[in-house]
Design a protein around this ligand. Structure first.
Ligand code: CP
Ligand code: NVA
Length: 306
């Protein structure tokens, strides 16, 4: 059975550390290791827009000596109703791994259930585990450790980034706080899974409604768009409830003076984050974006060497 990365808690704490260690090694010399030389083909499929994920997977697979096949999934037969399971069976005969950005998590679960090669979640409505590996790499390079640090996510607590930070952060032994408006709090199953994981790793999980209390003395502040892909026309009023959660200089001043700020990007400047913070000295968002490349190369190397 191949290993997959469908959600962050598919990785044990030891798996996560092994991948992050490899990511650091690959970052030190991005052309040194070519474990996919052959070149081994990997399909990278998109049902939704992407800049970072698309380019970093394409570049990363090439640097590993592999052959990236970037597929607009909606222009494939999937878009005309071929089943996910049949697609998985066929792709498994051609490629060594399937990376997919799609909508509901049930779609990627279905792909993994029928695939005989590793399947990687490149973002679903519920999780964004590749992003959070890059986030953890970025935090670890700034602080030298993950366990024991406190991270606060402010924004849509029910979106992919909130869920992945809960699971990935708890796996790393971090204390993860989520500050979200009423009606936008995390999925109960994800919260329970994150709490269980945190109980094993010495981390913690907390929901804190007041943004000032949520960032008090923390090491890492993370935010994300208030409107995720696919939610543009859902008719929910986000501006009013989310405005008090904006990451601005006044909010940042309440965190630890050495705190860093992460944003997976793309940013909606002036909404969830101000220019001053995103472009300021405590922003690690550009390193975070770069680390997508290294973390995903490490993930693919790790998955394909098993
Ligand atoms: N952060 C992220 O996943 O960016 P893209 O949507 O550009 O891939
Ligand atoms: N939550 C955002 C992340 C984008 C990388 C979205 O799903 O649109």
């Amino acid at each position: 059975m191949p290993r997959h990365l469908l959600r962050d808690d598919d990785l044990s704490p030891a798996d996560q550390t092994a991948i992050l260690d490899l990511a650091d090694a690959l970052k030190a010399d991005r052309y040194a290791q070519r474990p996919l030389a052959g070149p081994r083909p990997i399909a990278v499929m998109f049902d939704k827009s992407s800049t970072r994920t698309r380019i970093s997977f394409e570049v990363g697979i090439s640097q590993l000596g592999g052959q990236p096949l970037i597929v607009d999934a909606q222009a494939s037969q999937l878009g005309r109703g071929e089943t996910i399971a049949d697609t998985a069976r066929v792709l498994s005969r051609y490629v060594d791994a399937i990376v997919w950005r799609t909508g509901d998590q049930s779609r990627i679960d279905e792909m993994a259930a029928a695939a005989t090669v590793p399947v990687v979640n490149a973002l679903t409505d519920q999780f964004h585990p590749c992003q959070v590996l890059a986030d953890l790499q970025t935090i670890r390079e700034r602080f030298g450790r993950l366990a024991g640090l406190t991270l606060t996510y402010l924004g849509d607590g029910a979106n992919n980034m909130a869920h992945s930070l809960l699971l990935g952060g708890a796996t790393a032994g971090m204390h993860v706080r989520v500050c979200a408006p009423e009606g936008f709090t995390p999925d109960e199953e994800v919260l329970r899974a994150a709490k269980d994981r945190a109980a094993d790793t010495g981390g913690g999980v907390e929901l804190i409604a007041d943004p000032h209390a949520a960032v008090d003395g923390v090491d890492v502040i993370v935010t994300d768009t208030w409107v995720s892909m696919g939610q543009e026309a859902d008719g929910l009023d986000r501006a009013a409830p989310f405005r008090p959660l904006q990451v601005n200089a006044e909010l940042l001043a309440r965190a630890d003076p050495a705190a860093i700020v992460l944003h997976c990007l793309p940013a909606h400047r002036g909404d969830e984050i101000t220019d001053e913070v995103l472009d300021g000295p405590q922003s690690a968002a550009w390193d975070e974006a770069e680390n997508r490349l290294h973390a995903q190369k490490a993930l693919l190397t790790w998955l394909l060497s098993r």
